[in-house]
Design a protein around this ligand. Structure first.
Ligand SMILES: NC(=O)c1ccc[n+]([C@@H]2O[C@H](COP(=O)([O-])OP(=O)(O)OC[C@H]3O[C@@H](n4cnc5c(N)ncnc54)[C@H](OP(=O)(O)O)[C@@H]3O)[C@@H](O)[C@H]2O)c1
Length: 250
């Protein structure tokens, strides 16, 4: 087994679990995150010889260019890095909006477009994009996050059709609430208390279901039973009302 995976946002949460999962299967790993201390912590925790740890701020174009120009072509790309963004319309400054958009949408597209010629040459490969169930729902006060995740979802869905005949599978994963550091880091601690336990799933489950879907060549996966059940009702007024109530700070 000499397969190579590139995972963005590998230091914690879903990305770290993805790295753990692939390490058990003997993959060589290029693991990217931005914070040195957290990267080192993940290195110690993973303790895996075939992993290389890299520091990049993926919200910057230079980082993506450097990765595309210098890294070995991956057999699997897991585009996962991201942050939770909360803010009502008008609250987030233009430069911040641009940065967030590049981190979770434009930069993901640049990364994939950068590697795709070489992946096509190999006529083999997989791409996994971690979007969010927010791509399919109305998310008042998280409109920027929702639109970014919808943008990358639409891109993934389209290229999955385009690349199918070339033996490259593209899978977009759309998780709901996942028990990671994302909400705490974004100052959304109230969600951890307010969102009912049954609405949270573990990052391990996200990884397992996403990998199964990717290996089967499915273009979309919504991890967790509860989210599969609620999916048809996501855009009902009542669902938005309940969601607003649950996520309200007060
Ligand atoms: N948790 C949820 O409920 C949930 C739900 C749906 C979708 N998602 C999506 O899942 C993905 C992973 O999030 P998570 O929940 O696992 O959160 P997490 O535990 O906070 O992990 C986020 C990862 O992304 C990396 N990252 C963030 N900004 C970066 C940047 N500018 N440059 C490089 N790396 C960066 C972090 O690296 P550092 O440690 O170096 O900062 C970390 O490794 C995100 O795209 C998120 O939107 C999460």
């Amino acid at each position: 087994m000499n397969k190579r995976a590139l995972i963005t946002g590998s230091s914690t949460g879903i990305g770290f679990e993805y790295a753990k999962h692939l390490s058990k299967e003997g993959w060589s790993l290029d693991l990217i995150s931005q914070n040195k201390a957290r990267s080192l912590e993940s290195k110690n925790k993973l303790s895996y010889k075939k992993a290389q740890f890299h520091i990049f701020d993926l919200g910057k174009k230079d980082s993506i260019n450097s990765i595309v120009n210098n890294f070995e072509t991956p057999d699997l790309i897991v585009a996962n890095a991201g942050i939770a963004i909360n803010g009502a319309i008008g609250d987030i400054k233009q430069d911040e909006r641009e940065y967030f958009y590049y981190l979770m949408c434009g930069g993901v597209i640049d990364l994939i477009e950068g590697f795709i010629p070489k992946m096509l040459y190999k006529r083999n490969g997989r791409i996994v994009i971690i979007s969010s169930i927010g791509a399919k729902a109305s998310m008042p006060k998280s409109s920027l996050y929702s639109s970014i995740k919808a943008g990358i979802y639409a891109y993934g869905k389209s290229i999955s059709t385009e690349l199918k005949s070339q033996n490259i599978s593209v899978t977009v994963s759309l998780p709901g609430y996942v028990r990671t550091q994302a909400h705490e880091r974004a100052g959304l601690d109230h969600l951890i208390k307010k969102v009912p336990r049954w609405m949270w799933i573990n990052p391990e489950q996200v990884v397992l279901e996403t990998e199964v879907a990717s290996l089967k060549g499915k273009f979309e996966i919504i991890p967790g039973k509860i989210y599969k059940i609620v999916k048809p009702f996501l855009n009902f007024k009542i669902a938005t009302k309940i969601w607003r109530k649950i996520t309200n700070r007060n």
